[in-house]
Design a protein around this ligand. Structure first.
Ligand SMILES: *Cc1c(COP(=O)(O)O)cnc(C)c1O
Length: 380
């Protein structure tokens, strides 16, 4: 065997460095995030009976189990190289888990503000064991977000929510990976929308690979030149962007902020999204749409992905596939289309919700071969 060193994947900053605002001599804070699988969902599409290819970008395969790692490697690399001693974020859970991990790696402190009782236990466990200082507030994500935006002026902490432009720069690499894997741009891309950073980042990434007029976000991350013009187009098209929200937490569908958002999909229980303008740009420029699903539909989609495709994602993630399948059935998607959908986080983050909706419980059998054999024959 030759020298394997050249083949070792070491994170999305190394892979896409020329397209990211990272100084040449910066020390990179990475957990080898990115390079997540793009999985073709042929079982689901076979049942629907349309000539459409549907792929899931499984972001649960990132080191802390959600796409937040893509943005966090950038934001924490930047913060650490600026000499920051601490970072802070408001979080529905996954941002705090990711911030805690990258802060640990960088040897700096992470403060995370979470809504009391409204984050999945797995995410809280991650933040705590990785040494974050967890500040629980009697309020929701939006209240926490407001505090975080105000605190940076009065305390020595760096915000790592997606209002930090480095986050979106890291997250745009998911679009690059999709195109690199497919060898073309998808026709449609579906994803959940909460604070709306991710939809903005995906759109930025898709535009960049098509060398299309970039959205505003590009110019904010420490670059005076619009990024896209530095590179020849990799592809000649961009996808239609389809953003899905929970029925009672759907400000983009209502076209106005929501004061008391509510949904079982806690990762997208957000009423006042920060990336409002960028998300509308993605919607308008791509000719896309926003729609909402009930909690029941969200859980159905989560179960469907698990049962039919062996993919266990968290409820918020399943909304992308639930939404796009509904739109395929409604005839909104042309035959022959290639669709990609982001599954934003791993199902293991929130086992309680999963177990509660399982129709079966473990079968009790005696500890002998006969009993197990009977159970097998009864259930084949
Ligand atoms: C953060 C998150 C979202 C929402 O992403 P935004 O960028 O806030 O729109 C969706 N799903 C999961 C699992 C998340 O952690």
């Amino acid at each position: 065997m030759g020298d394997l060193e050249g083949f070792r994947y070491s994170g999305l900053i190394e892979r896409y460095r020329d397209r990211l605002p990272v100084d040449k001599d910066s020390k990179i804070i990475s957990l080898s995030e990115g390079d997540t699988p793009l999985i073709r969902l042929d079982n689901l599409m076979g049942e629907i009976g349309h000539d459409i290819q549907l792929y899931a970008k499984f972001e649960g395969a990132n080191p802390t189990g959600s796409f937040k790692d893509r943005g966090m490697t950038m934001a924490v690399t930047q913060a650490a190289n600026e000499g920051a001693q601490a970072i802070i974020c408001a979080s529905t859970g996954n941002t705090s888990a990711s911030a805690a991990a990258y802060a640990a790696r960088a040897g700096i402190k992470a403060f995370v503000i979470i809504p009391e009782g409204k984050i999945a236990l797995g995410k809280l466990a991650q933040a705590m064991i990785q040494g974050a200082i967890v500040l629980q507030i009697e309020g929701n994500f939006d209240d926490g977000m407001q505090i975080v935006k105000d605190i940076a002026d009065v305390a020595p902490v760096k915000i790592v929510n997606s209002v930090n432009p480095y986050r979106l720069q890291g997250q745009k690499t998911a679009s690059f990976e999709i195109i690199d894997a497919l060898g073309r741009a998808p026709d449609y891309h579906a994803l959940p929308v909460g604070n709306a950073g991710n939809i903005s980042a995906y759109w930025a990434g898709f535009c960049e690979y098509a060398a299309k007029q970039p959205v505003q976000e590009y110019r904010r991350a420490g670059e005076s030149e619009p990024f896209a013009y530095k590179f020849a187009p990799v592809v000649d098209s961009v996808p239609v962007i389809c953003g899905y929200q929970a029925e009672l937490a759907n400000p983009f569908v209502q076209r106005e902020m929501i004061v008391e958002p509510e949904t079982i999909a806690t990762a997208i229980r957000i009423g006042r999204p920060q990336s409002w303008e960028f998300a509308w740009a993605a919607h308008d420029e791509s000719g896309g749409w926003f729609d909402s699903l009930s909690d029941h539909e969200i859980l159905q989609a989560q179960a469907l992905l698990a049962e039919r495709e062996g993919l266990f994602c968290e409820p918020a993630s399943a909304i992308s596939v639930g939404g796009i399948l509904r739109d395929i059935r409604r005839g909104k998607i042309a035959d022959g289309s290639v669709i990609t959908a982001t599954l934003t986080g791993h199902g293991l983050k929130d086992p309680d919700t999963a177990i509660q909706q399982c129709k079966t419980s473990p079968l009790s059998v005696s500890a002998n071969v006969d009993s197990v054999k009977r159970a097998i024959l009864d259930n084949l």
